[in-house]
Structures are given as structure tokens and as C-alpha cells.
Design a protein around this ligand. Structure first.
Ligand SMILES: NC(=O)c1ccc[n+]([C@@H]2O[C@H](COP(=O)([O-])OP(=O)(O)OC[C@H]3O[C@@H](n4cnc5c(N)ncnc54)[C@H](O)[C@@H]3O)[C@@H](O)[C@H]2O)c1
Length: 308
């Protein structure tokens, strides 16, 4: 396989990205990792999904497979296209299996030390021209990149959830992100059919600055008894043109993730609109995290992390 991206040691801005199929890795087979793996496999890239937890890896792969099966039922993919997409996906719990990857998309837990450690270890496994993408929601891209020998290769790529259905990806350079890596990232995301917006490496980027306070206000409205969750979920898409209501979305996001993201943004921005309402802590304590546990605001009888 030819070298897809520019050599980070070179001073020129980089070679054009080839459109050929690449070998790519996704770290973390949870909600976002399985969604991003769906996008990459559907685009024809050999996609290696990595997780430290066998159970989560198996569930992530089942989510991707069932997404492709449903796409066939809905007439969005042919049987042949779905078989090719499924064939492009592999799973592993062995980080060294990622050696041939040209792009690595990190979607593991929102923990700075863990993300740094993972990128630091990957430095010794993949080639110097491999791009490192982080899907962090609240952490500093610069901070995550600081563990890499080549911080210039690290770029923030914040996908919207559910990743296979939402076109937007926010792109945030860290302080030392190289021009070649930024360009290669935009080209790569565009080749996946994504729309990119460039944002600064700031807490919450663009989308979560608006989304988190809005989701909190929907939860507060529910707690205050303004209407049922079903009524709110029907009113919002109808009136505001959102693809789904807030409680259906929060069940896909995961109440634990919402709590973590909202709390971290509150800690950094000191704006009370970000602080998660008490109902979130009660749901997390009860284990009602949304689709991933089969119960959140609604009940689910399958284990898929998102629908098609
Ligand atoms: N949920 C969302 O709506 C959303 C949206 C955009 C970005 N994000 C961000 O994406 C990332 C992942 O979020 P998620 O919702 O998919 O979380 P999740 O809890 O659904 O999944 C995380 C996965 O990472 C795995 N993991 C933990 N440590 C690991 C390691 N060292 N190596 C490999 N895998 C490891 C876990 O086993 C789990 O399967 C976070 O940084 C989060 O902030 C989440």
C-alpha cells in the first residue's frame, strides 16, 4: 500500500491524499467508535476496531453489522454493498495489530491520561506518517497530542452522534498540529462524505457549547412537569427541524457521557447552564444510561448502540 499522507518530517505542506482504500483503525468500540467504524467500513476502508474489552468489542461489531443489515432492509444499500462493508470490518484487542493503519481515530473514554497513554503507545507501533484523530468532546487536543513524539500528526475530529447518520464533523487543530495533517484530515473526512467545520481547540468546540445547555434545559422542563418526554420529543423535531427529540438523542449519547461532558464543560467554563440537572445523576446511579444498558428515558429490547 502506498504512502497516503505526507511525511511529517518534511517541511513542505504535504502530498495530496489518495482516494484509494486505506487501512484505518478506530480505538474504542462504544457508541462513537462503532458509529465511526460504520462510516469508515461503508466507505470501503479496511477498518480495524480496537477495544480493551472483549464484550464491548463484540457488541460494537454487532451494532455495525446490524446497521448494514437494516440499511439493506431500507433500500439504502444493496446486499453486495452491505457484504463488502461487513467484510471491510475487523475487530481486535491487540494494539500491535494496528501497525499497518494510515489513520487512527481515537474514541475511547473521555480521560486525558488514557488518551495520552494510548497515543504514546501507538507512536511505537504505527508509521510516522499515520494520522492520529481524537474524537474528544471536552479535552484539549494540544494536551492529548503532547504524549506523541510527533504532535504535528494529531488533529481533533469531533463527530456528531449518531456518526453514520450525521454529516458534520468539527475539526480542531492542537497548538502543534502540522499543516499537512490538517489538510489530510479535511480531505479524508470529505472523502467520507462528511461536512467539516474548523473550530479552535476550546472546551466544547462549537456544537457542545450550544447542545449541552439545550439538552439540560429539556431535562429541566421534564423534571418541572412541563410535558411528557414523548410530547417534548415530538414537539422539538416538528418545530425546530431537529432529526430527533432530546430524550431519544440522550439515550443514544448515553446519560453517563452527557453527565461527564456537561460536568467537564461546567468546570472549565464556570457557566451554570452546563451543569447537569439532578435527574441525570439519578439515572446514572440507577444504571439507566440509555441504549447501551437497554434503559434510559425509554426502554430498548435490543443491544444496538444506535439505530439505522
Ligand atoms: N456519546 C457521544 O454522543 C459523543 C459524541 C461525540 C464525542 N464523544 C466522545 O467520544 C469518546 C467515546 O465516547 P463514547 O460515547 O463512544 O463512549 P462509550 O463509553 O460508549 O465507549 C468507550 C469505549 O472505549 C473503550 N475503552 C476504554 N479504555 C480503552 C482503551 N484504553 N483502549 C481502547 N478502548 C478503550 C471501552 O471499553 C468502551 O467500549 C469520548 O471521548 C467522548 O467524549 C462522545
Amino acid at each position: 500500500m502506498g504512502r497516503a499522507f505526507a511525511d511529517p518530517e518534511r517541511s513542505d505542506p504535504g502530498e495530496p491524499v489518495s482516494n484509494e482504500s486505506k487501512t484505518v483503525a478506530v480505538l474504542g468500540a462504544g457508541t462513537m467508535g462503532s458509529g465511526i467504524a460504520t462510516v469508515l467500513a461503508r466507505a470501503g476502508h479496511r477498518t480495524i476496531l480496537f477495544d480493551i474489552d472483549e464484550v464491548n468489542l463484540t457488541r460494537g461489531i454487532a451494532t455495525v453489522t446490524s446497521f448494514f443489515d437494516n440499511s439493506v432492509k431500507k433500500g439504502k444499500l444493496t446486499e453486495t454493498q452491505a457484504a463488502a462493508a461487513k467484510g471491510a470490518l475487523e475487530g481486535t484487542t491487540d494494539l500491535t495489530a494496528l501497525a499497518p493503519c494510515e489513520v487512527v481515530v481515537e474514541a475511547i473514554l473521555e480521560d486525558l491520561a488514557l488518551k495520552k497513554e494510548t497515543f504514546g503507545r501507538l507512536d511505537g507501533i504505527v508509521s510516522e506518517s499515520t494520522l492520529f484523530h481524537t474524537n474528544t468532546s471536552t479535552l484539549s487536543v494540544t494536551g492529548i497530542a503532547s504524549s506523541s513524539r510527533i504532535p504535528g500528526r494529531v488533529v481533533g475530529t469531533h463527530y456528531c452522534n449518531p456518526a453514520p447518520l450525521m454529516k458534520l464533523v468539527e475539526v480542531a487543530d492542537g497548538r502543534h498540529t502540522a499543516a499537512w495533517a490538517h489538510k489530510a484530515t479535511i480531505d479524508f473526512l470529505s472523502s467520507l462524505g462528511k461536512t467539516t467545520v474548523v473550530t479552535k481547540d476550546r472546551p466544547g468546540f462549537i456544537v457542545n457549547r450550544f447542545l449541552i445547555p439545550w439538552e439540560n434545559s429539556c431535562i429541566q422542563a421534564l423534571e418541572a412537569g412541563v410535558a411528557t418526554k414523548e410530547a417534548i420529543d415530538e414537539a422539538i423535531p416538528g418545530a425546530l427541524g431537529h432529526p430527533m427529540g432530546p430524550f431519544r438523542l440522550l439515550d443514544i449519547v448515553g446519560l453517563d457521557i452527557h453527565q461527564q461532558v456537561a460536568t467537564r464543560l461546567y468546570e472549565q467554563l464556570r457557566d451554570p447552564r452546563f451543569f447537569p440537572p439532578p435527574m441525570v445523576a439519578r439515572m446514572v446511579a440507577a444504571g439507566d444510561l440509555g441504549r447501551k444498558t437497554g434503559r434510559g428515558f425509554y426502554d430498548y429490547d435490543d443491544t444496538r448502540l444506535f439505530g439505522s
